[in-house]
Design a protein around this ligand. Structure first.
Ligand SMILES: *Cc1c(COP(=O)(O)O)cnc(C)c1O
Length: 498
């Protein structure tokens, strides 16, 4: 096999390419049974699993893990994603046996502590949001949106107003918002943003009519700006007989400062893997609890966690009067237990003052970046931002360098790029979210790198078009990858070398 290692970074073929079928990392005794007692299920042909020794397989996975940029390796300024440090205290608590080994089907009498923990985090979430009810089961923000909108749909049905099919979504929204509404059969109407990056309230009002069901609004929105008219908008929505769903992915800017319930919001998901520091993606499953206002609380999904004098119990039967208006069940079990432990650990270790400090520092850090890059990058909107700062590509105009080239060059400098080309309302968008967990030192270093790259854009596009040069794979043909995805390895596949 040709060696295409660079420096101390090894090229990494997949297991099936490095493993031979003729060897094995384990010693198994020859089976001693005499007769075939499983009939046609008996197999003795090669099943094609790769055989590797223990050191070979360990090296494979360790090398793969080193290719993965992570929050533990460096600043991860991906806007809208809130890539904050995952405290090790959370991990320690999540590994306590009573939590890590709890099974969703074990008798409730044997897991009262786990149920108490779910109750405790529910109380925190209701307190922090000023909302009446919370459902803990959704597995991600996107599923939380589905949950919230299902409750809204059910509430509309309960009023016998099934003509209400229209959902208004601002043009700066995350794609999951219109996707969720469309998935549930609503008609999605896009509302324009105004020149200040906020929802255009006049355009909004013009689209509210007798068919209006709900609006899905993100606050702070994906431009990193607070929707100043939110209370007026909420009142308008309620007067028109509709509901206000809030995409709470940006709750990190508000936690401990503003309670969404006080803004007139009817349902909102909270991404525990954003605001409450649980790991994202490969580091662990997501979790997207949804909080509900008084008018929606009866429609939220089963199970309902309750307590009599002594014990916690679950209300799950749809005939039970406590949940007879519920839209049903969203998930088989009770949600991501490990994430609840981590998130509660984060909340309790910060306390109410610490959580307030979280959002203050997150907002301060974003504004520090914004003002430090004044005259270097071009902010999309004037004035202070919330917890993330949005730039457009005006600073690149005339250089031949595009947003994507700039982002790729950042990789060579040791940084995961910021979010680019989102939100769609800003040309060549660059969305930077430092979070509160970055130190001034690390932010200063990042700012210095951005300055250096920005000044290089004046020397022409060459340097940028070549980037990244230090990654194992350089520029991918993203169009081809999207149009012609190869999702399954086949024995004779040849991965095209760059
Ligand atoms: C992250 C995000 C979502 C989706 O949340 P997931 O947990 O990734 O499903 C929705 N809206 C916004 C604004 C987000 O940033």
């Amino acid at each position: 096999m040709k060696n295409s290692n660079k420096g101390l970074n090894h090229d990494e073929p997949i297991l099936f390419e490095i493993g031979g079928v003729d060897k094995s990392g384990v010693d198994l005794n020859k089976p001693t049974f005499k007769e075939n007692f499983i009939g046609e299920c008996f197999e003795d042909r090669e099943i094609g699993l790769p055989g590797l020794s223990e050191p070979e397989s360990i090296r494979h996975y360790v090398r793969l893990s080193r290719k993965n940029y992570s929050i533990d390796a460096g600043l991860y300024p991906l806007g809208s994603c809130t890539m904050k440090h995952n405290p090790r205290l959370n991990e320690k608590l999540a590994r306590l046996k009573g939590f890590s080994e709890v099974h969703p089907l074990q008798p409730l009498s044997t897991c009262q502590g786990a149920l108490e923990l779910i109750d405790e985090i529910s109380i925190w979430l209701k307190e922090l949001t000023g909302m009446k009810a919370v459902t803990m089961t959704p597995k991600a923000g996107a599923q939380g949106e589905l949950c919230g909108m299902l409750a809204i749909k059910k509430a509309i049905e309960a009023r016998n107003e099934c003509n209400r099919t229209k959902v208004l979504v601002p043009d700066s929204a995350h794609g999951t918002n219109p996707a969720t509404a469309a998935f549930l059969g609503f008609d999605v109407v896009t509302i324009k943003s105004d020149k200040n990056g906020r929802l255009n309230f006049d355009d909004f009002k013009e689209n509210v009519d007798k068919d209006f069901a709900a609006a899905m609004i993100t606050n702070p929105n994906t431009c990193g700006l607070f929707e100043d008219d939110i209370i007026e908008i909420a009142n308008y929505i309620h007067d028109a007989g509709g509901y206000l769903y809030c995409d709470g992915a940006n709750f990190n800017a508000l936690v401990g400062k503003v309670r969404p319930g006080d803004l007139g919001i009817d349902a909102m998901h909270i991404n525990l893997h954003k605001t409450f520091s649980t790991p994202h993606g490969g580091g662990g499953p997501g979790s997207g609890p949804v909080v509900f206002s008084d008018i929606l609380k009866d429609f939220c999904p089963a199970p309902l966690l309750k307590k009599d004098e002594e014990n916690y119990y679950l209300v799950e039967n749809h005939n039970d009067k406590d949940i007879d208006k519920s839209f049903g069940r969203l998930c088989v079990f009770h949600g991501q237990m490990g994430m609840f432990v981590r998130a509660l650990s984060y909340m309790m270790s910060h306390g109410s003052d610490g959580l307030r400090q979280v959002s203050e520092d997150a907002v301060l850090n974003a504004n520090y970046i914004k003002s430090s890059l004044e005259g270097i990058l071009t902010p999309a909107y004037e004035g202070y931002c919330m917890h993330e700062v949005l730039f457009n590509d005006d600073f690149l105009s005339g250089t031949g360098v595009e947003t994507i080239d700039f982002a790729k060059a950042l990789i060579d400098k040791g940084y995961h790029p910021m979010t680019i080309y989102f939100p769609l309302v800003v040309h060549g968008a660059l969305l930077v979210e430092p979070t509160e967990t970055e130190s001034k030192n690390s932010i200063d270093q990042f700012i210095e790198t951005i300055r250096e790259l920005a000044s290089k854009t004046q020397d022409g596009e060459d340097f940028f078009k070549k980037a990244p040069i230090y990654t194992p794979i350089r520029r991918l043909d993203e169009t081809k990858a999207a149009r012609n995805p190869v999702l399954r390895w086949q024995k004779n596949d040849v991965i095209a070398a760059e």
